[in-house]
Structure formats: C-alpha cells, structure tokens
Design a protein around this ligand. Structure first.
Ligand code: PMP
Length: 288
C-alpha cells in the first residue's frame, strides 16, 4: 500500500516520509527489540497523549531498554509534529525506541544503544457509523511468563497479526483472542467490552493482554456517568450471549460490533454513549 503523508522526528531533526534508520546489524532488525506506542491527533485534540508517552518509557524498561526521552519531551514533539498537518487531517502518533547494538549477552540488546524516533502519519478516523464483525480466533495470547506482555513491543504482534489474517480469510474484520486458560482477553489490536442486562463487562486485566489506555479511560467515563462497569473473567459464551459488544483502542476509539461468528446484533446504546463520552472528554481537555 502507498504510504500516507508521514513526518518523522529522529535525533533532533524532522524528515518528510520514512527515512531509513537501521541496518542489517541493528539489534532491532535481527531480534525485534523495539517498543512503540500509538496516540492520535484529530479534530485539534490529542487525548491522553501524556499517558501514551509515559507508557512508552515503561515498555522500554520492561524490554531492557534505557529510555532516552522524558514523556513531556515526547508530548512537545508530538505537538510540534501535528503542526505539519492540516487542521482537518487525522493523524496517528507513534513514538518508538529500538536497540541499535548487541549487548554483552549478544541476544540481549545493549541498553546504552537505545534510539528514539517519532513518526506521525495521516490516518483517517473510522466514520461514526462504522462497526466490526468478530470471530473467535484459534490463536491465544501468551502468559506473562512466556512473553513480555506488559510492554507494547513489536515482538508481540506477529501472533496477533496471524489471528487478524486468519479472521480476515474467513470474512471477519477482527478476532477475539483467548488467554492461555481459555477466557476472553482482547481483539488483535483493541480491547473488548460487552453489555448484558444494562451492566458493562470487560475482561479483568490478568496480564495476558494490553491494558489499553482507551480501555481505562472508557471504564472511568462510563462509571462516572452512572454505569456499573465490571472487570471480570469472561468467556466466549458470555460474549456470544451479550446484548452489545464494542471495542476500544487509540486508533478507532469506540467501535461497535454488529456480528460475532453466526450471531448478528444491533449497535447498542451503551457503545454510542461511550463514544459520545469519549468525544466530550477529548474536546474538554486542552492538549499539553
Ligand atoms: N490491545 C492491543 C493488542 C493493541 O495493539 C491496542 C492498541 N494499542 C489495544 C489493545 C488498545 O490499547 P490503547 O487503548 O492503549 O490504544
């Protein structure tokens, strides 16, 4: 696919497009030693940008990399980068670290060689009426003991990518991934919520999926609006019997589900309310 309008900051300078940054000896090229985060700039706001930047530094530490930027500096850079886009362009903001050199143990990267870049690119928001179809994935999320799932790391995504490919090959937009015990964890690139008899339910964070910043924001917003939100153990059957399902993530924010395998369902009122609350929150908050 052709690349959308892209601006990249690396080592003190802005570049247009996608500058080449690594070589065949780069540790990250070899063993996937990179971490990233994803935030959004749209309609003149960058909701929770500070939280996304702070999470990047935690991801780096979790993967044995030494952060070289303070989150405040990243927020400043993103603010500067957003000025390179038109006011009506929706942008994906992706700060990243990677290990440049091998460390003393060879397979571990050298923490002193951590490098940083931030990439911003045009990525339209899914339209307001958009919704997804879901299927149960045959692929599961790893446990905390088998992968560093508490980092937002590139090395975690090939498993989610094969789940996404497999779902798409069967005509679905996205897949529900279970954890090692067989309970629902998340989608391939978003968290998942359901509604049953007016109560909002979402998987309890047991360390097998990304505890999304949008997930945490929506839990707070719905709770403050008077909904009962439960973080609990949920099975595929719970979702199959749900009144409503929706996903949350920085990319599309709140997106309802219209189909789960052979069951169709309506876009429900809670998903619509969650989306509305998110937009109110996003616009009430002045970006840093
Ligand atoms: N799970 C996965 C695997 C993701 O890639 C994402 C997107 N970052 C999410 C959940 C949602 O997280 P957030 O709300 O922090 O974007």
């Amino acid at each position: 696919a052709e690349m959308s309008k892209t601006r990249t900051w690396v080592e003190g300078k802005w570049y247009e497009g996608n500058p080449p940054l690594i070589g065949p000896r780069t540790h990250s090229f070899w063993l996937g030693s990179n971490v990233f985060d994803g935030a959004r700039g749209f309609e003149g706001v960058m909701p929770d940008l500070d939280l996304h930047c702070a999470r990047l530094n935690r991801s780096a530490v979790n993967l044995g990399m030494k952060p070289t930027m303070r989150f405040e500096e990243m927020v400043e850079l993103a603010t500067e980068g957003m000025k390179k886009f038109e006011a009506d362009e929706a942008v994906y903001i992706r700060p990243m670290y990677w290990a440049e050199n091998d460390g003393p143990g060879i397979i571990d990267g050298d923490p002193e060689s951590t490098r940083f870049c931030m990439c911003l690119f045009e990525a339209p928001m899914p339209p307001k009426g958009a919704s997804n179809s879901l299927t149960l994935s045959p692929f599961r999320r790893p446990t905390m003991e088998s992968m560093p799932v508490n980092a937002k790391a590139g090395c975690l995504y090939p498993n989610n990518a094969r789940a996404s490919r497999e779902a798409k090959s069967r005509g679905f937009d996205n897949a529900i991934m279970l954890d090692a015990l067989g309970n629902v964890a998340e989608l391939t690139s978003a968290n998942i919520f359901m509604v049953k008899d007016g109560e909002v339910l979402t998987p309890y964070w047991n360390g097998t999926f990304l505890n999304g910043i949008t997930r945490q924001r929506i839990i707070k917003l719905l709770s403050s609006a008077g909904y009962n939100v439960h973080e609990t153990t949920l099975t595929y059957k719970d979702f199959y019997e749900a009144d409503e399902i929706f996903s949350t993530g920085n990319y599309g924010k709140v997106v309802p589900v219209h189909k789960l395998d052979d069951r169709t369902m309506d876009h429900g009122p809670v998903a619509a309310k969650a989306r509305e609350l998110y937009w109110e929150f996003a616009h009430a908050k002045v970006p840093a």
